[in-house]
Design a protein around this ligand. Structure first.
Ligand code: FES
Length: 379
């Protein structure tokens, strides 16, 4: 194997990774973090260094069974290590992308990527004391933030409370404990739905609580939680319960930050429930759109044609018609919904989820585009 650890690497004044110019990453290492979680490390194909804020995400473009799928992952590594970037992925039942990554990604595999981007970062909210709350693989952006403090040798006052199914599901436990060893003010704590008293598991009972996140066990780790800047990431129901818990406790929600959209691949039943809710919401506005002039939107692969009002986002029109197009942020940020516009024109106000050269090639983001004419989309 050719080592990259050469005088040339350390001497070089490497340019910054620019996903608009060079968007190919190469997998350089895979680490098994827990029984169903792996970290994938990437370097730029053309020598360059990453620049991002801890907590940001990157969007991978994968071809799975002939379909191009865009999927965003928060970065788990810290920007202090600019030569590599890592994502940490939990295998999800029915998760097309997570299973593909676990089963197919190999050292040397090239992959297109967009970003990093996003505004979920402690850097933009400086505070004396932080509380990081994560559930499952939602730990990744908070880990990037914790690593950034640790690698800057700043003993920031951070309570990092992670919820997992069981002790063997705690991602990065050894590293969190090492950070606590190195830093007086860094306090990791774990809440596990079920604590397996297996003799192989070196339990540290003072840090692992059995049960769910409640005000009582939050107070055990962070009695001063009302004074802390809070960052939360995890499955949508977890974040909803954290919001509820904090609001009920009288927390000033101006100091609360959560990953504003979930990158998780939801189980099929959850997707169906979310979809039903969205359909109900869109039906409410349907009558308004029915009265307006509409444009036809033909999905060329599925042979379906729907109607879209001029003031309606194409993704919303598809959802209102009961179609499920891939999407994540619904804000033109992540690139998950990127699609080929075969014909027609749209008014697109994106937030960085697409490159100019992709737009020039006829791609667009249905979540932030309104039709200006009848459309044909390759879907
Ligand atoms: S869903 Fe994120 S860019 Fe469209």
């Amino acid at each position: 194997m050719n080592s990259r650890n050469t005088p040339q690497l350390w001497d070089a004044n490497l340019p910054q990774w620019d996903s608009d110019k060079n968007n190919v990453l190469v997998c350089c290492q895979i680490r098994q973090e827990t029984h169903d979680v792996k970290s994938f490390f990437f370097t730029p194909q053309e020598a360059s260094v990453f620049k991002f804020l801890p907590g940001q995400f990157i969007t991978l473009e994968l071809t799975i069974d002939g379909e191009i799928i865009n999927r965003s992952y928060t970065i788990s590594s810290s920007p202090n290590r600019p030569h590599v970037i890592s994502i940490t992925v939990k295998r999800k039942p029915n998760g097309i992308v997570s299973n593909w990554l676990h089963d197919n990604m190999k050292v040397g595999t090239p992959i297109s990527a967009l970003g990093p981007t996003g505004d979920f970062t402690c850097v933009l909210h400086p505070a004396q004391k932080y509380l990081f709350l994560s559930g499952g693989s939602g730990i990744t952006p908070l880990m990037s933030m914790a690593r950034s403090f640790h690698e800057l040798a700043e003993d920031a006052d951070v309570v990092f409370l992670h919820s997992a199914r069981s002790p063997i599901d705690i991602i990065f436990k050894h590293e969190l404990d090492l950070m606590a060893f190195n830093q007086t003010h860094f306090q990791p704590a774990y809440i596990c739905a079920k604590v397996d008293k297996s003799p192989n598991w070196r339990l540290q009972p003072e840090f692992i609580t059995e049960g769910m996140l409640t005000t009582e066990n939050l107070k055990l780790s962070a009695p001063d939680f009302l004074e802390r800047e809070v960052f939360t990431c995890g499955p949508a129901p977890y974040m909803a319960s954290v919001r509820n818990l904090l609001a009920t406790a009288g927390f000033n929600m101006a100091h609360y930050h959560e990953e504003s959209f979930t990158f998780d691949e939801l189980p099929v039943e959850t997707q169906a429930a979310v979809q039903a809710e969205e359909n109900a919401h869109h039906k409410e506005t349907e009558s308004h759109h029915n009265n307006a002039q509409t444009f036809s939107v033909e999905l060329s692969k599925s042979g379906t044609t729907i109607q879209c009002a001029p003031d309606q986002f194409v993704l919303d029109a598809a959802r209102a018609a009961g179609l499920r197009l891939p999407s994540s942020c619904s804000k033109g940020l992540c690139g998950t919904c990127k699609s080929k516009l075969v014909s027609g024109q749209v008014d697109m106000k994106h937030g960085g989820g697409i490159r100019q050269r992709e737009i020039d090639q006829g791609m667009f983001l249905p979540c932030c585009s309104k039709p200006l004419s009848n459309l044909v989309i390759e879907k």
